[in-house]
Structures are given as structure tokens and as C-alpha cells.
Ligand binder design. Structure first.
Ligand code: GTP
Ligand code: ZN
Length: 376
């Protein structure tokens, strides 16, 4: 069956399309992709909403407003997902859509991610879950009233650091406390080396640094617990209404309206990736803890033993700093807790990978034994 192309043909679009930059496309992405080598007509788009087996993809429209296309995963994406569930397209991913006039639109390929916010699976499986792809900035959102939760802030910062994106702390509800600046300074001690902003979202106070990053074309992911003010912040930044998009169905049968969306385009440029407010966000690895706790890392250099666990060993510089009051005890406890959790997760992943490898070898051995030339 002939399926009409629901958007401008590939000859008018591509990585140099003037409207791709509205979705966050830049010279680095363009440099990594040579559409001329792609088989068949191909279109670049960005996933704004992901489902199992399909996703909504923003593609450059004929005007500044992008179109949104509902596209199922193509065979290569389905195969990649079977081998590794984190390979499935998520909000923020750049994808190639096949738009062969004789076939339905499908996601042919997910471009390698520049950054990824990955949390450990709550179901106990060893694979992580990608919450947001290709954010330039990962903003950890906490409220100032009630008081920010230090442990949660540190945990989310670890996720932000390990994503590869630039971490940022946004403290909302600054209008609800008399001493927002002092509280922001307190929170800064939990996030050494990270910019901490205090904002009063309804009054649009403190939003300018975030707006500036968006205007420069950045994609900002929001990470935070339910109720800290993510939706309010999102609405303030995208002007109450996300940039209008024309909804188009991949079968060409009229329009479809996207109700929920995870990637929102800001009217002045840039994009915001919303993540669900989760109760538990497990760490997938310990790699970012030195970034979250740089002062512990620096102190540890002076411990007598290189593998010091700061747990009562003689000559421990970290415990000495706690004793002298230089390092808050809570900070060390939080570091230890996250480290234990990340090590536990890593061990589980290793065990799972070992089991998978064993299964692969067993199967190969069976296949080998069944080979026709082995039969007599
Ligand atoms: N005074 C004040 N209230 C705020 C601010 N930011 C958010 N709120 C209020 O805090 C409440 C929770 O905000 P939401 O934006 O719904 O929080 P959320 O993080 O999106 O929560 P979920 O939707 O559950 O994930 C709402 O009543 C907001 O109006 C702020 O800067 N100042
Ligand atoms: Zn030590």
C-alpha cells in the first residue's frame, strides 16, 4: 500500500535543514552524520515521547513549527532493544526515520547518545533505565520549603554527574522562605563545583540563567522528586504552552494530537526534558561519587591506605576531618551509603553479565555439537 509522506520529502530536509537547530541539532551532531551514506530516504528527528515499540518524533516542518510524527521502531531498533533494553529510543534521542514513499515511517536508528541520565532499575534487574537522552544540562530540582533533602540532592547530583551533562541545582520556592540566599549557600556545600540557583518560579525570579542556557540552544533535563516544582518550572520556561507542533500520523491519515510529551521546546530556543517525579532513584554506578563529594575525594588522598574505606582504619584523613569538624558527619554517611548502594548494583550487574556470558557459551557449545560436520 502506498503511504504518502506525512511531511516534506527528504530532499527539502536533512542535517542542514534550517529548522533542525530548533530541536537542538548543532554542528557536532551534523559532523557525526553523513546522510548521503544512509540507505534510502532518511529524515533526522528528535524523540519527544517514548512508548514501548514506538515513539513520537519531532521533525523539521515547512515553517519554524516542527511536525510530530508517530513512528514505530524499525527492525534494527527492535533487534538492538532485545540485546540491550537501554538502546530503545527515549525522549531526547536523535533518530533517523526511514521515509521510503512505499513504506510506513519507522525509526531506523538511534544516534549514539552524547549524554544519558541512567537510573538503576527498581525491579532489581541489572540494566539501567534511561530517563533522558542528550541533555546538555541536568538540573536537580529541590524545593526550599520544606527544607531541601540533602541525601536526595546528593543522590540526584550523582545521577546528573554520571550522565555526562553539566549538573545544575535549582532550588524552587525561594519566595516561601525569608533567607533564600543563606539556604542556597547551605545547599552549595552539598554541591561543590556545581552552580546553585534559587528561584521563585511564579514570580519569575532567578530564572534568567536558565533562560540564557535555553536561548543558547541547550537541552535541560529536570530531575526531582514529586512536588518540588518541576511542572511549574517547565511551564514558566516554555511560556505555559509548549511550542506548537503539527501532529501528523505516520500512516498519513490526518493528524494526531500528542497529549503527553517529555521533550518540550522553549519558544526562544532550547528544550526541556521532563522526567517523572520518582520516589526511588537508584544509582547505576559509583563513577560520579568523586564529583559529588570532591572534598571527601581530596581528603582521602591523605589516608594512610590507598584503599581506605574511611571506616576506622588507622591514619584515615577523612575520619580525622570529621573529628575536627571540617567534614560534616552527615556528608560522610551519605557518601558511604551511596557508595555501598552503587557497589551493590555493580556487583549485581557483573553477576548478571557473567550469567549471560555463560548462557552464550553454553548455547555455542550446543550449536557446535549439533553441527552437521560433527555427525558421522
Ligand atoms: N510559592 C511557590 N510555589 C511553587 C514554586 N514552584 C512550585 N510551586 C508550587 O508547588 C506545588 C508543586 O509544584 P509542581 O510544579 O506541581 O511540582 P512537580 O515537581 O511538578 O510535582 P509532580 O508533578 O508531582 O512531579 C504547586 O502547588 C506549585 O504551585 C515556587 O517557586 N514558589
Ligand atoms: Zn580514610
Amino acid at each position: 500500500m502506498h503511504t504518502p509522506l506525512p511531511y516534506p520529502g527528504p530532499d527539502t530536509t536533512g542535517p542542514t535543514h534550517p529548522h533542525l537547530d530548533l530541536l537542538g541539532w548543532d554542528a557536532t551532531w551534523a559532523a557525526g552524520l553523513d546522510l548521503a551514506t544512509e540507505p534510502g530516504p532518511t529524515l533526522v528527528g528528535r524523540v519527544c515521547r517514548a512508548d514501548a515499540g514506538a515513539c513520537d518524533v519531532l521533525v523539521p516542518g515547512p515553517s519554524a513549527a516542527p511536525d510530530v510524527v508517530a513512528a514505530p521502531w524499525g527492525p534494527a531498533v527492535r533487534r538492538a532493544h532485545r540485546a540491550d533494553p537501554t538502546a530503545a529510543p527515549v525522549a531526547g534521542d536523535w533518530v533517523l526515520l526511514t521515509c521510503d514513499p512505499d513504506a510506513a515511517v519507522a525509526v531506523a536508528e538511534v544516534l549514539p547518545r552524547r549524554t544519558a541520565v541512567v537510573r538503576a532499575q527498581v525491579d532489581g534487574s541489572s540494566r539501567g533505565q534511561v530517563l533522558a537522552a542528550n541533555a546538555d544540562v541536568v538540573a536537580v530540582v529541590e524545593g526550599l520549603a520544606p527544607d531541601p533533602d540533602p541525601g536526595r540532592l546528593e543522590r540526584l547530583l550523582a545521577l546528573a554527574w554520571s550522565s555526562g551533562a553539566e549538573p545544575l541545582v535549582v532550588l524552587t520556592k525561594a519566595d516561601l522562605v525569608p533567607d533564600a540566599a543563606a539556604r542556597a549557600a547551605d545547599a552549595q556545600t552539598l554541591a561543590p563545583g556545581t552552580t546553585v540557583l534559587a528561584v521563585a518560579t511564579p514570580d519569575a525570579v532567578g530564572l534568567d540563567p536558565i533562560r540564557a542556557r535555553l536561548a543558547a540552544g541547550a537541552t535541560i533535563a529536570l530531575l526531582g522528586a514529586s512536588g518540588v516544582g518541576k511542572s511549574t518550572l517547565l511551564n514558566a520556561l516554555v511560556g505555559g504552552e509548549t511550542m506548537r507542533t503539527r501532529g501528523l500520523r505516520s500512516d498519513g491519515k490526518g493528524r494526531h494530537t500528542t497529549v503527553t510529551r517529555e521533550l518540550h521546546l522553549a519558544p526562544g530556543g532550547g528544550a526541556i526534558l521532563d522526567t517523572p517525579g520518582m520516589r526511588t532513584i537508584g544509582l547505576a554506578g559509583a563513577d560520579a561519587l568523586d564529583d559529588v563529594f570532591p572534598e571527601v575525594d581530596a581528603l582521602a588522598a591523605d589516608c594512610r591506605f590507598a584503599d581506605c574505606a574511611h571506616d576506622g582504619e588507622p591514619g584515615c584523613a577523612v575520619l580525622a576531618a570529621v573529628a575536627s569538624g571540617e567534614l560534616p558527619e552527615r556528608r560522610l554517611a551519605s557518601y558511604r551509603k551511596l557508595l555501598r548502594e552503587a557497589q551493590h548494583q555493580a556487583a549485581r550487574t557483573d553477576a548478571r553479565l557473567r550469567a549471560e556470558m555463560t548462557a552464550v557459551w553454553k548455547q555455542r557449545t550446543r550449536d557446535y555439537r549439533r553441527r552437521p560436520d560433527k555427525k558421522r
